[in-house]
Structure formats: structure tokens, C-alpha cells
Design a binder for this molecule. Structure first.
Ligand code: GDP
Length: 626
């Protein structure tokens, strides 16, 4: 049986916005020069570390970056490919650092990834055809998710397939009355939301399993929140109806209390009583899923090159890297050249969930693909490309996105909410709310309901009693929500997810303070966080003195320099000064700004130790951009 836990949500390790502080002393180099000309570099590194690794000055690195059209500050990160281009220009060969197991504490720190959505470029509505729905099964532990997946599979094996051996490849497809349905066979909301946090919303219909003899339980409530946040239609499978203590009406009422109103009660959620044990109701359940899928009008273009998602991947002893991909649009064919995350290769063979070799996979069809040189990550986009050149370009782009982290797609923070409110952009502040006891939880919910919401609606997407868990954080990350805890703890695993996903977690011990912060965010009164943003670099080409003042005759190499802006002086591998541009002159006149390509005279505030060849890095500190 596949593990129940989903792929760990991934993101780059927390990289705080660089502060305008003096540059730290040089740290141990990030790389080891193996010979005089081959240097081992990690997947991503900041410019300062790259300079140290290459044993050249920051100035040379920045110049190299400018030459390839990149404007990057000493504190910013570049990926391996970019670093290699710069190194090669300096006559240095590079080699990618091998993945070495990290110390235990670090091990769980997720890899940097891109969370970019698949771009459905070139969609031609005329070519769209119906595609099978993709279904995820969610619910409380022991309510029968796995049994139900097995029962559905067992009752829908066609005679033709009966000889095939069931393979657990992460998903399977059944055929029911001539129509296909795909089930992801890692049940549970952790996997569901972890994929979503990576931008991989693959589920079309969620089957919420509730045991008729046990009713709505904490993980049922969690699952409801996760499904609703993803805006996926629900079909309730009321399981274990064979049990003598099954109480269907009680469960229906409990569901209504938790915001799931079934059709029988006037809502729009279908409910199907089933028994995974006796197989009663299984056909009904599949038919209901198909009805819900019909309403959603799921379509894809089978005629185009395939785009899909990696849903599982591992290294197989005999077969090498194996990835299960779910084709989302297009048709994947044996022999296609595919990119998956940061690896690419020709599809050598495709195996379906019955262990059969197949030549093609249409939309919604899960298949294992062989032929990738490396193991991609669950959630990675898989796409067919025309040739190796295109493959390399897509891989480089994906690697850049990984190196850049999720910075631009980070979940909301209360501070950003404030700024968005001010600009009239924010419509909704989403909150995951946790509290130590039911009494506090109700009190806070009641009080939050009374917080004035002049322009922005407050939406509690999940609330529960208990500590802040990984599941809360993945939900918040996938939904752009803020996590608010009252008298709660956050254990190490959850803390790691918080760091990697950069979810804003606020913990309170006083209800009043909690309410005040939310109110401030909603009305735009929180002070925004300040971050650094690079303006440009100037290279010192000549030194003049006037009395005791050193004037740095400089040429702006990228971006611009601005009078009064902050500046650091880069020499060797470090910054020797961090202050301000006091005076800026162009052709003897005071200038406010001087742009790339032009020469100017710069006087650094309270600093006269400037040498030819130094680089002046000009930046500003401003409210964090959104
Ligand atoms: P999961 O944790 O949600 O995946 O639950 P499982 O599928 O592992 O089922 C938990 C337990 O409930 C197992 O002992 C199953 O045999 C049992 N179970 C599952 N479905 C039914 C059912 O419809 N009727 C009865 N009586 N037992 C069931």
C-alpha cells in the first residue's frame, strides 16, 4: 500500500529579505576547488558566496552577471546554470554539487521548487474534448478511504484487463458504463493540499468518506476545509453502512453543521451510502462522480503535445528513475521528449496501472514513464518539448524559478494584506484559526465576526482545537491564508513547513491583541515590512580628491545610481562599506540619478576609502513589494 502521507510541501529554504546591514564576515566558502579550474557549486548560492567559491572578487562576478543581462545584488541568489555562465567567462569550469545527505535537522528542509501553474497556452476551444474526471478520496483515518479505493478498483475491472496485475503507480483509471474515471490512490488531505501548494491542482472531484458508525471526526472537518479551500466539488461517500451501529441521519446532520449540505437537505452535495466491505453502493458512487464531472464540463485537447503533472516518482533499482505522470492536456506518446521539473529525457517506455506497456496516454490517464535521467519531484510540471534546445531552455527556466524561490507567489502575510487594503486590491483575508480549547475558539470566532470589514471580507477557511500542524500550514500555503493560533504550540515539523512555505503564522496569548492585529490588517493600519531592492551598480574607474573628500569617478554598469540612496562598496569578496550616496554629480552638475552607460562622480557619505575597480552597489529600502 502506498504511504498515506503526501509529498512534503516544498519551497525554498527561508531566505529573509536582505537587510541594509553591514555585510557579514566571509563565511566558509560554499565550494571546494578541486583542481585549479574546476569548482563545485551548489544548486543556488548568493553572489557573495559565488565570488568566494570562484576565488574572484564580487566585482568580477557582478560584471559577469551584467554581461549576461542580469542585475543582481551581492545578497541575491543565482542558480547553478547562471553561476556556470559567469564562471566560464572567467575561465573557470564548474561542476554541480552532488546531493549529499544533510544532517538530520536539515533533512526535512524541503527543496526549492517552482510553484508556477501550468500555462495552458494556445488553447483552441474548438479542439477541446471531454476528459475523464480525476478524483481524490479524503476523510478521517479508518473511515475506509483505502478500502473504498480498493473496492472501486475491484468492481470495475473489465474482462479484458482481468489478467493484468494491479500496479500501485499512484493513480488508477477505471471504466464504468463506457466512461473512464481516474482515482489518485494516495488518499487524504495532506497529499491533496501539498500538491495544491505546488500549484498542482489535479483533482476535479473530491470523495469525502465518512464512516456511518463514527460520524464527522476532526480529520473529516479538516478534509472539508481543504476541499472547500480548493473549490473542488464534493461527493460524500457514507461508508460502512453494513455496520449494525450505522446512523445515517446523525451523520447527515453533522455534515450540515460543518457546512456540507447534502441534496436531501436542500444543498447541492450528493451523498451516496456505501459499504466498501459488501460493495453495496459502489456503482452508485462512481455514477454520482460522473454526474458531478458532467456539471464541471471537464475538457482537454488530446491533439496537442502533452502537459501534465508528476504525481509520484522514485528510483527503481532495475528501471532507473520512474515517474508517474498524469496527463492533463494533450497526448503523451512513447518516444516524446519531456521535461519534468529540472530534468528531461525521451520517454523510453510507458506502463499503466495494470502493468501493461502502452504507447500513448490521453488526458487524465496516469502512466509511469521511464527514460528520465533523474527522479523529478511530485508536483513538477511535465511537458513535451520539440527538441533538446527547447528542453534545456525549459529546464533552465524551471531551475531559475526554483532558485528564485516562491518569493513572488508566497502566501499572504498580514503586512501585505495591509498594503493591499490600502491600494484597494484586497478582497478577502483568509485565516486558518487554531485555539487550545473549544471555548476560546468560539469566543474568537464570535469576536472576529464583529470586526468591521469595510472593504475586505474576513474568511476563516479552517478552524479547529489543537496545535498548529503541518496540515494547517499546507492548507494556508495553498490558499494564501494566514495562520492564527491562540494559546497553541507549533512543533518542529510544522515549524519547518512554516519556514519553507513562508506562511505568516501569528500566535497570541491575549484575545484582544489577536483581534487588534486582524482589525489593523483589515483596515490597513499595520506597518508594512521593509525590504531591500537593488537599483544598480557603478564601477569606480578613477579617483579624484577634493580636500579630504574622495570622489569616485564611476561608470554605471547596470540599472542606476541615485543620490541619497543606500550604497555599499564592494571590494574583493565582501562589502567594505554600507551607507549612503552623499553626492552625485554628472558633468559637474548635481544629478538626482545617473543611469547605465553614463559616467558620474560619487561621494559616499562619511567614507573616503575608495579604490579604482571597486563597485558601488546602490539600493533602496522600501515597503515589501507584493
Ligand atoms: P482509511 O484509514 O480511511 O484508509 O481506512 P481503511 O480503508 O484502512 O479502513 C479502516 C478499517 O475499516 C479497516 O479495518 C477496514 O476493513 C474497515 N472498513 C472499511 N470499509 C468498511 C465497510 O464498508 N464496512 C466495514 N464493516 N468495515 C469497513
Amino acid at each position: 500500500m502506498p504511504p498515506q502521507r503526501g509529498p512534503r510541501p516544498r519551497g525554498r529554504r527561508p531566505q529573509r529579505a536582505p537587510l541594509p546591514q553591514p555585510i557579514p564576515e566571509p563565511v566558509a566558502p560554499v565550494a571546494v576547488a578541486e583542481t585549479s579550474t574546476v569548482v563545485t557549486l551548489p544548486k543556488a548560492m548568493v553572489v557573495g558566496d559565488l565570488a568566494r567559491a570562484l576565488d574572484v572578487s564580487v566585482v568580477d562576478v557582478i560584471r559577469g552577471l551584467v554581461n549576461i543581462g542580469l542585475m543582481v545584488s551581492i545578497n541575491e541568489s543565482v542558480d547553478f546554470d547562471t553561476a556556470t555562465l559567469v564562471a566560464n567567462e572567467l575561465g573557470i569550469e564548474t561542476r554541480a554539487e552532488e546531493e549529499t545527505p544533510e544532517p538530520v535537522e536539515e533533512e526535512a528542509a524541503p527543496e526549492p521548487t517552482s510553484t508556477k501553474q501550468v500555462l495552458w497556452e494556445d488553447v483552441d476551444p474548438a479542439k477541446l474534448k471531454e476528459r475523464p474526471p480525476v478524483v481524490t478520496v479524503l476523510g478521517h483515518v479508518d473511515h475506509g478511504k483505502t478500502s473504498l479505493l480498493d473496492a472501486i478498483r475491484a468492481t470495475n475491472v473489465t474482462a479484458r484487463e482481468a489478467g493484468g496485475i494491479t500496479q500501485h503507480i499512484g493513480a488508477y483509471q477505471i471504466e464504468h458504463s463506457g466512461r473512464k474515471v481516474t482515482f489518485l490512490d494516495t488518499p487524504g488531505h495532506e497529499a491533496f493540499t501539498a500538491m495544491r501548494a505546488r500549484g498542482a491542482q489535479v483533482t476535479d472531484v473530491a470523495v469525502l468518506v465518512v464512516a456511518a458508525d463514527d460520524g464527522v471526526q476532526p480529520q473529516t472537518i479538516e478534509a472539508i476545509s481543504h476541499i472547500k479551500a480548493a473549490q473542488v466539488p464534493i461527493v460524500v461517500a457514507l461508508n460502512k453502512i453494513d455496520r449494525p451501529d450505522a446512523n445515517l441521519d446523525q451523520v447527515k446532520a453533522q455534515l450540515a453543521e460543518h457546512g456540507v449540505t447534502i441534496e436531501e437537505y436542500g444543498g447541492d452535495t450528493p451523498l451516496v451510502p456505501v459499504s466498501a466491505k459488501t460493495k453495496q453502493g459502489i456503482d452508485d458512487l462512481v455514477e454520482t462522480v460522473l454526474l458531478v464531472a458532467d456539471v464541471a464540463e471537464l475538457k482537454a485537447d488530446p491533439g496537442r503535445p502533452a502537459i501534465g503533472r508528476v504525481i509520484e516518482a522514485h528510483l527503481d533499482k532495475g528501471r532507473g528513475p520512474v515517474a508517474t505522470v498524469l496527463v492533463q492536456t494533450g497526448t503523451l506518446e512513447r518516444g516524446d521528449l519531456v521535461v519534468a521539473g529540472t530534468t528531461f529525457g525521451k520517454v523510453r517506455a510507458m506502463v499503466d496501472d495494470k502493468g501493461k506497456n502502452v504507447g500513448r496516454a490521453e488526458p487524465s490517464r496516469p502512466v509511469e514513464i521511464l527514460g528520465l535521467p533523474e527522479v523529478p519531484e511530485a508536483g513538477d510540471v511535465m511537458r513535451v518539448v520539440a527538441d533538446e534546445k527547447a528542453a534545456r531552455a525549459v529546464v533552465a527556466q524551471n531551475a531559475r524559478e526554483r532558485a528564485a524561490g516562491a518569493a513572488t507567489e508566497r502566501p499572504a502575510t498580514l503586512d501585505e494584506m495591509f498594503a493591499q487594503v490600502k491600494e484597494g486590491q484586497a478582497k478577502e483575508l483568509k485565516i486558518v484559526l487554531k485555539a487550545d480549547v473549544q471555548g476560546s475558539l468560539e469566543a474568537i470566532k464570535g469576536a472576529l465576526a464583529k470586526v468591521p470589514q469595510p472593504e475586505v471580507a474576513l474568511s476563516i477557511i479552517h478552524d479547529a482545537v489543537g496545535d498548529i500542524t503541518e496540515s494547517d500550514l499546507t492548507l494556508a500555503a495553498a490558499s494564501n491564508a494566514v495562520v492564527i493560533g491562540f494559546n497553541t504550540k507549533m512543533e518542529a515539523p510544522a515549524r519547518r513547513v512554516a519556514d519553507s512555505t513562508k506562511v505568516d503564522v501569528r500566535q497570541y496569548k491575549v484575545i484582544y491583541e489577536l483581534l487588534e492585529d486582524v482589525e489593523k490588517a483589515l483596515t490597513g493600519m499595520l506597518e508594512p515590512e521593509m525590504v531591500e531592492s537593488l537599483l544598480g551598480h557603478a564601477e569606480v574607474i578613477q579617483i579624484f580628491t577634493s580636500g579630504k573628500t574622495t570622489i569616485a569617478g564611476s561608470r554605471v554598469v547596470d540599472g542606476l545610481v541615485r543620490r541619497g540612496a543606500q550604497a555599499r562598496l564592494l571590494r574583493g569578496a565582501t562589502a567594505v562599506y554600507d551607507g549612503r550616496i552623499g553626492t552625485l554629480r554628472r558633468m559637474k552638475d548635481d544629478a538626482r540619478e545617473v543611469t547605465a552607460g553614463l559616467e558620474c562622480g560619487i561621494v559616499l557619505e562619511n567614507h573616503n576609502d575608495v579604490l579604482v575597480g571597486d563597485i558601488i552597489e546602490c539600493y533602496v529600502v522600501q515597503p515589501k513589494p507584493r
